[in-house]
Design a protein around this ligand. Structure first.
Ligand code: AMP
Ligand code: MG
Length: 502
């Protein structure tokens, strides 16, 4: 394993103000490192609003010097870039050393909202954690992460954000030769369950890591004592569990399939991270799997809550010694918290479904939800389109729903649903408008995203830019965007697969 002796000396002034609390406070969890040379950098996309919210100067970022920082070839003055270490359970098997094999943490920025955020590069070259991988990334998958993460943000779902993608001019060998790229990602942190799995085997750093994570993400807990029944580590576990239960419920509500929910891709902050083989459902199918490497369906759409809970159990194991010095008492305490996961998920899911179906107040008859989902599954109804069609139905326009489910099948359910909606104080038209505020019209549809990424890889960014504009305005109906609301042709959905690790 090659190492460089100390932090690289930065000279770029394009990204001033980078701080490094993680590096300074969490010794042993990262390695000083820097990105590879970039032969011919070209800025493909820059998120100007996000840059401004991080107090970054957009003109500076667009300059040669700025693009070099975003590509990983120039180091900002005063920065302490590192590759972070972590472990993880991948598809259920434990890998004791993963880490940033093609990524760098450049440092932290405090945004205009006062919140600390990591600035991180993905695809910046080999590191001591590359394990035989080339350390690089390519244009298609980096633009995919950019667009899907920004779409998730626009949908109101906690997620890492994307600041830029730079094409590097390097040729990368995948299935064939692909253009290289670096994504600049912004996250409230890059602490993962896998970070704790790594730290717990290094004993003494575990408590400082937990305290660091608490201060950064759940600062109200810092007042709690370190030991005793009401200790801050058990409360910390509960906060992470709540954040993840809420997150995975939000994924379900928009039909999002993450695709590679390993513990190194499960954040402590509760943000969605690592958009690899992810996809949004077209037709509703709880068994939907899009990833080409998920042969067993472990990370299928309907399995996501169970997998998050499994990942949280791995997280709990890392915290046992902090929760109680007596092992059986520690296990009992974390198990009691873990056992609340199903009810918490159910609460977020049911409240979200109530809103999607036009009910105010957060509750709805569970059989009404389940019976609708059975109909949607039987008829392979488009997930996103169905909820918009139901709102149209309330307004008296039955055409959209007729395209999705035959009336003779959905008729009795519609009667039950209408009756329930009419029992509310608000008028059905008002309920329909409220539904349209929570049910997106535009999501990154697989067939459109695929086509846009193929064009971008061949040098035409126009379809990507257009799709990005549409999916970052998911609730704004525009007549000229109608093709983006339409389901994929069935021939496409039956064969669609996404590919991991690219
Ligand atoms: P991911 O599936 O992106 O969450 O990555 C899982 C692990 O594989 C992480 O440790 C990555 O850094 C590493 N990895 C993925 N792709 C590459 C690559 N091309 N070169 C080196 N490491 C990689
Ligand atoms: Mg990952």
């Amino acid at each position: 394993m090659a190492t460089i002796p100390d932090f690289p000396i930065g000279t770029s002034t394009a990204v001033p103000g980078l701080e490094s609390t993680f590096v300074d406070e969490m010794g042993g969890l990262s390695v000083p490192w820097q990105g590879a040379e970039v032969p011919d950098p070209k800025l493909l996309v820059l998120n100007e609003d996000l840059a401004a919210s991080l107090r970054l100067d957009v003109d500076l970022l667009r300059s040669d010097d700025g693009v070099a920082v975003l590509a990983g070839s120039a180091v900002p003055a005063g920065a302490k870039p590192v590759a972070m270490a972590y472990a993880g359970h991948q598809f259920g098997g434990y890998a004791p050393l993963l880490g940033d094999g093609r990524a760098l943490l450049l440092g932290e920025l405090v945004g205009t909202d006062g919140r600390r955020a990591d600035l991180h590069l993905k695809g910046s070259g080999p590191t001591p954690f590359s394990r035989g991988g080339d350390g690089f990334a390519v244009v298609g998958p980096m633009l995919r992460e950019y667009l899907v993460s920004e779409a998730m943000h626009a949908l109101g779902i906690p997620t890492t954000r994307s600041l830029s993608v730079v094409e590097t001019g390097r040729q990368i060998y995948r299935d064939g030769i692909e253009p290289g790229a670096v994504l600049a990602r912004v996250a409230s942190s890059h602490l993962r369950v896998g970070t704790f799995e790594f730290a717990v085997r290094r004993g003494e750093v575990l408590q400082s890591l937990a305290d660091y994570a608490i201060t950064r993400h759940y600062p109200t807990l810092t007042d709690l004592p370190a030991t005793g029944k009401n200790n801050r580590y058990l409360a910390f576990f509960e906060e992470v569990l709540e954040a993840q239960a809420s997150l995975v419920a939000r994924w379900t509500l928009v039909g999002f399939v993450h695709g590679v929910m390993n513990t190194d891709n499960t954040t402590i902050s509760g943000e969605t991270i690592d958009y690899g083989p992810c996809a949004f459902l077209d037709a509703f199918d709880p068994a939907a799997v899009f990833s080409s490497i998920d042969h067993s369906g472990r990370y299928a759409f309907g399995n996501q809550p169970a997998v998050v809970k499994w990942n949280l159990a791995r997280f709990a194991e890392t915290l046992l010694a902090l929760v109680d010095s007596e092992p059986n008492a520690a296990i009992a305490a974390v198990t009691a918290v873990l056992d609340t996961f199903d009810a918490r998920y159910e609460h977020h899911y049911t409240a979200g479904m109530a809103a999607k179906l036009g009910f105010s107040g957060g509750s709805v008859d569970r059989t009404l939800i389940d019976d609708l989902l059975t109909l949607m599954e039987d008829h392979r109804a488009d997930w996103t389109g169905s909820f918009r069609a139901l709102a149209d139905e309330l307004r008296g326009d039955s055409t959209p729903l007729d395209r999705l489910v035959p009336r003779e099948h959905i008729g009795p359910w519609l009667t039950r649903w209408r009756n329930a909606v009419q029992q509310q104080v608000r008028a059905p038209a008002e309920a329909a408008d409220a539904m349209d505020r929570v049910n997106p019209l535009y999501i990154p549809r697989n067939h459109q995203l695929d086509a846009a990424l193929r064009a971008a890889t061949d040098g035409d960014l126009a379809p990507f830019e257009k799709l990005l504009e549409v999916v970052t305005h998911p609730f704004d109906h525009r007549d000229e965007w109608s093709e983006y609301a339409a389901p994929a042709p069935r021939s496409f959905t039956e064969t669609f697969r996404t590919f991991c690790g690219t």
